[in-house]
Design a protein around this ligand. Structure first.
Ligand code: F6P
Length: 737
């Protein structure tokens, strides 16, 4: 283990020996692993653990945590101890997995683990049964101090090999026995097989981009609108009065480094690229960086018009680095243009939409400009393949013209404060790219993002999707005729296609196939470009569901108190069982799925009845830190701290609880979780908290930052986000009222 020593206490026989090692207190989190070996199965009794905070916090045996089976002869419970709870006071007990009685508590005093060191003797666990029979079990109590990064790295290693990893000699996760067929957790927890029965309508503004043609979500062409209203007739070239730079003129802008060093990132070598590109994986303490204030930074990250003159939108760690870059760099670097390059049907628009969503969620003012949208508005939707021939001068002029219009709009928007423009077109010839670089000179920095795909099956799938979804073929009743036309269009582009070799670029090569692929980068530097590369390395198109749910109702929910680390109520427990049932049915064929919780016990307890899937606790998934208000009711805050109450009401997104967090802080600490969710190929069930789920949901549903604190995320409801090749779709299941 790289970050500290480990301390083992093993009861091998009565009075078994204890090995003493000093524990490095220098940092990281305490990772505790409790194991019970040589377990002789006694009916359906299962070893459990209960005790003081943060195990369950109540010494109530009905709330004891089951030890999850690692192998036939060993039971295990492992967890990360929150930093402010380093003393564990606990006991083992035997009880039926889901019932309460009979419950047999181990003999002897409580076991105390302080700062990772076991106090007193290590001993066997002894249980006296009613008939005076005594059961003895060897136990292993192990505490390691693990850095958040190592914890996440170890988890990734586990994921990739799908067996408990031995990085630093500790298992990261444990897997319960797979559920037995037909097992039910009592009638109260039963869930009818028909999951559709539980579907409730999603809010009208939720994730539905899967049904919409992605390019239509791009920015509305302003140069093609009159008094803000889109033209519904093709405009003439005269009306537009556009000066089109000569694309054949070779770009000679200064400061552009020629292609010399090409770095390669492969998703198959992710461990290293993670380390190289991004160090804080966010499993550990949230990175609380003081917000930058408007008086410190002269530019405006523009959240929305009303809040234009207040704090930059993305206050927090990410913004601080981005802000520093923008202040120190050349003027034109304050605006970034990501110019897509690639043949048709290579997933450019999909990539543009995803990147726009990600950057916006992080608080960067980002817009997607789709040149196809401009073309359709100006020249209609049914141009044949001839329009796209390189030896058709009218077609070439018309296409360069709409590209120039879109670029002009993008630059105008940047001059008004826009930060990142995603310029979506084929831009497949050097001439076209020269034109764009010329236009960008002194206005913005350009990074080309080339999408290359050599997988015929994927190209074929994309072509078919295009005919089904693109407005270009909406009026073509004959699918086969549409296909023929599009293939001819593609061939016209292929004849003149020139891969990017100039300027700053990122090449995504076969990244969507799901079998490796690579990213090449050239002349990329700075905070935001680095983030973009990191995001692109981790995204893919493998369809899979992400299930988001709050924990079952907690005791604090019942009392109307915020924050805390309370256990779940009886209603919450019922939900936990129903959720386990739901997960079992919904993911029954998904052996690689995983369950993510926060480190707070209400989510861990909610996950506890789920069997057969690995579970991991992320500190980044902990609820918004209410600081000095933690444990209060909203009424108490209003009465005792009226100014705080009013400030939060006025600006819930930016308001930071004294010694706690704001929603913006939460978003910043969730960024590694988003990256990890993007990277996963198997389904993930995220059991977390209201504020955290609002922020995660907003990412998938592409909801503006200012709406995040008000998004509806009710208790006892599962939000299923289906990640697919055409975008994101949402379904909600309400398991209980
Ligand atoms: O009330 C439940 C809870 O999860 C609190 O712990 C948390 O402070 C709150 O919701 C977040 O919601 P809001 O931002 O609306 O107060």
């Amino acid at each position: 283990m790289g970050t500290g020593a480990s301390r083992n206490a093993e009861g091998g026989s009565h009075g078994g020996e204890e090995r003493e090692e000093s524990l490095d207190q220098s940092g990281g989190q305490l990772y505790v692993s409790l194991k019970m070996e040589n377990y002789k199965k006694k009916g359906d009794l299962i070893p459990h653990v209960y005790g003081s905070a943060p195990l369950i916090g109540s010494w109530d045996s009905s709330k004891a945590l089951p030890m999850e089976r690692e192998s036939a002869s060993r039971w295990e419970l492992s967890f990360v101890v929150p930093p402010n709870h380093e003393t564990l006071d606990f006991k083992f007990l035997l009880k039926p997995k889901y019932g309460y009685m009979p419950c047999i508590v181990e003999e002897g005093p409580n076991r105390i683990l302080r700062g990772g060191t076991l106090q007193g003797d290590a001993r066997l666990a002894l249980f006296k049964l009613d008939n005076e029979e005594v059961l003895e079990y060897r136990v292993l109590i192990k505490a390691d101090r693990v850095s958040p990064f190592d914890l996440a790295a170890s988890w990734r290693a586990y994921q990739e090999n799908f067996r408990p990893s031995t990085v630093r000699g500790i298992p990261d996760v444990s897997i319960d026995a797979a559920p037995e067929a037909g097992r039910e957790n009592g009638s109260s927890a039963s869930l009818e097989l028909d999951l559709e029965h539980y579907v409730v309508p999603a809010p009208s503004t939720s994730a539905n981009s899967g049904q919409v043609y992605a390019a239509n979500l791009a920015e509305n062409p302003r140069s093609l609108t009159f008094a803000g209203v889109s033209v519904d007739r093709p405009a003439t070239i005269k009306e537009m009065e556009v000066v089109i730079p000569d694309p054949s003129k070779v770009y000679s802008g200064s400061g552009m480094v020629e292609s010399k060093s090409v770095g390669t990132f492969s998703p198959l070598q992710k461990q290293d690229s993670h380390r190289g590109l991004f160090v804080d994986r966010g499993v550990g303490s949230p990175r609380l960086v003081k917000s930058a204030s408007q008086s410190t930074f002269s530019f405006d990250l523009k959240l929305d018009t009303e809040t234009k003159n207040s704090m930059p939108a993305a206050a927090g760690a990410v913004a601080a680095a981005a802000v520093a870059d923008q202040m120190l760099g050349p003027k034109e670097d304050r605006h970034l243009a990501i110019v897509l390059v690639g043949l048709p049907a290579r997933g450019k628009t999909f990539t543009a939409v995803k990147l726009t969503r990600y950057l916006r969620w992080l608080g960067h003012d980002t817009k997607h400009f789709n040149v196809g949208k401009y073309r359709r508005l100006k020249h209609g939707t049914n141009q044949s393949a001839d329009f796209f021939r390189a030896d058709n001068p009218e077609g070439m002029e018309a296409r360069n013209e709409v590209a120039a219009l879109a670029m002009e709009d993008m630059i105008a928007w940047m001059q008004e404060g826009g930060q990142v423009g995603i310029f979506d077109a084929t831009n497949s010839s050097r001439g076209r790219r020269n034109m764009l670089m010329k236009m960008a000179e002194g206005n913005c920095k350009i990074i080309f993002l080339e999408t290359i795909c050599n997988d015929e099956r994927i190209i074929e799938r994309n072509i078919r999707l295009k005919i089904q979804q693109s407005p270009d073929y909406a009026e073509e009743p004959d699918f086969e005729a549409g296909l023929r036309d599009f293939r001819t269009r593609l061939a016209n582009y292929e004849k003149v296609y020139e891969p990017v070799e100039e300027g700053s670029y990122i090449k995504m090569i076969d990244m969507v196939s799901g079998h490796g692929g690579q990213i090449q980068v050239n002349n990329i530097s700075g905070y935001l470009p680095g983030r973009i590369v990191f995001f692109l390395v981790n995204t893919h198109l493998t369809p899979r569901p992400i299930l988001l749910t709050r924990h079952g109702e907690s005791m604090y929910n019942v009392r109307g108190r915020i924050g805390g680390d309370s256990v779940i109520s009886d209603t919450g427990e019922l939900y936990a069982k129903k959720l386990a049932n739901f997960v079992e049915k919904r993911l029954k064929s998904e052996r690689a799925a995983s369950i993510w919780t926060s480190t707070l016990q209400r989510t861990i307890l909610t996950a506890s009845p789920i069997t057969g899937f690995p579970k991991i606790q992320w500190r980044a998934l902990d609820e918004i830190n209410a600081g000095v208000c933690d444990g209060m009711t909203y009424e108490e805050i209003k009465k005792n701290m009226p100014e705080e109450y009013e400030s939060r009401k006025k600006d819930k997104l930016r308001y930071r609880y004294p010694r706690g967090e704001s929603y913006l802080d939460v978003i910043q600490r969730l960024e590694p979780v988003i990256i990890e969710l993007e990277r996963q190929r198997a389904p993930v069930v995220v059991i977390s908290h209201q504020a955290v789920l609002r922020a995660l949901y907003a990412y998938f549903a592409d909801r503006p930052l200012k709406e995040i604190p008000h998004i509806e995320v009710p208790l006892h409801t599962i939000i299923e986000i289906q990640m697919g090749v055409t975008g994101v779709q949402e379904k909600r299941y309400k398991l209980m009222d």
